[in-house]
Design a protein around this ligand. Sequence first.
Ligand code: ADP
Length: 385
Amino acid sequence: MVGGGQLARMTHQAAIALGQCVRVLAESSTDPAARVSPDVVLGSHLDLAALRMAAVGSSAFTFDHEHVPTEHLEVLVAEGVNVAPPPEALIFAQDKLLMRRRLAELGIAVPAFAEVRSVHDVVDFGSSHGWPVVVKAIRGGYDGRGVWMPGDAVEAKAVVDEQLGNGVPLLVEAKVPLRRELSAMVARSQFGQGATWPVVETVQRDGQCAVVIAPAPGLPDDRATEAEELALRLAFGLGVVGVMAVELFETNDGSLLVNELAMRPHNSGHWGMDGARTSQFEQHLRAVLDYPLGDTAPLAPVTVMANILGAEDAPEMTMDERVHHVFARFPDAKVHLYGKGERRARKIGHVNVLGDHVESVRNKAELAAHFLSHAVWTDDWRPHG
Ligand code: ADP
């Protein structure tokens, strides 16, 4: 697996149960996955020699992020490496403009968009679609980095001049009137078997996913089915092998638009580690190793995942002590820590809670996640009465 982040770490965790070992191509021996796999190749995902070294003897070659250059992947494929997802599919998770164009060709609803060659393209787009508009880096953005929302031509000029000046290719799209954001997670195996999980709601804060509610509360059955079918159609239409998250916008009138694709395990699928019969990590391995896919049925009426996001200043209380407190208060909270240093807003772990009612389950997951990052109970709970 290329990339030593938490996604590779949790994939390795699932691999252990399958009697497999994930070799990790990591930049540093302190990366989350490099800390747990006995088989680490240190190197950069931009370096063909390092990618080749990681590929030697592998049954499948897969990713915890999308940033490997296509030309390197094509070399590996030509040398007989089983790259999954293959580069001709992965490109649609790497390049937002190609993705928008391909989805539009497939007849899938996306926000109105245009390529940006100069500030005029953005100003024209804003004049015809209304301000603000959304300007995006075509490649490399994550967690809202690489997304700008200029409110008028002056603001647009500032963004476009700076980004194009730095050589960042851009697209512009209409700002969608959002009710909320959803994610449809799907897997497709090499053999061509497909499976979906229930569609989830992703709650964003400061451009970053904070909470995931599975299944998405109040989503009408026909919309949920539409989203799962859309994800399957995309997985097959693009030739995906492995898991894919289809990030969706639910508009104010209830219709669904595709925002972006991630062809790898994704934050919106973490709930399934405890809340579904088969997690996305196990499913990704099944798919790329061409095993039959696992049952994706949820194990409770509601599962809520809350990210543990690093505090502004790391608390004095050690993480170990914070875990003690959370386990003492909530014996049913499932904590997943990534072995990362604490930095503001950094994803350092997550908490899953299962139950019957969205409100209480969400409350518990968020209290626990906040305590794990801040050592503060937001409801003023006192352990000693
Ligand atoms: P990233 O790759 O950084 O995750 P996204 O394309 O997912 O970037 O955008 C980040 C966030 O910005 C989205 O989750 C959404 O909240 C908001 N956003 C992006 N595009 C639009 C749009 N066209 N209309 C409204 N909000 C948007």
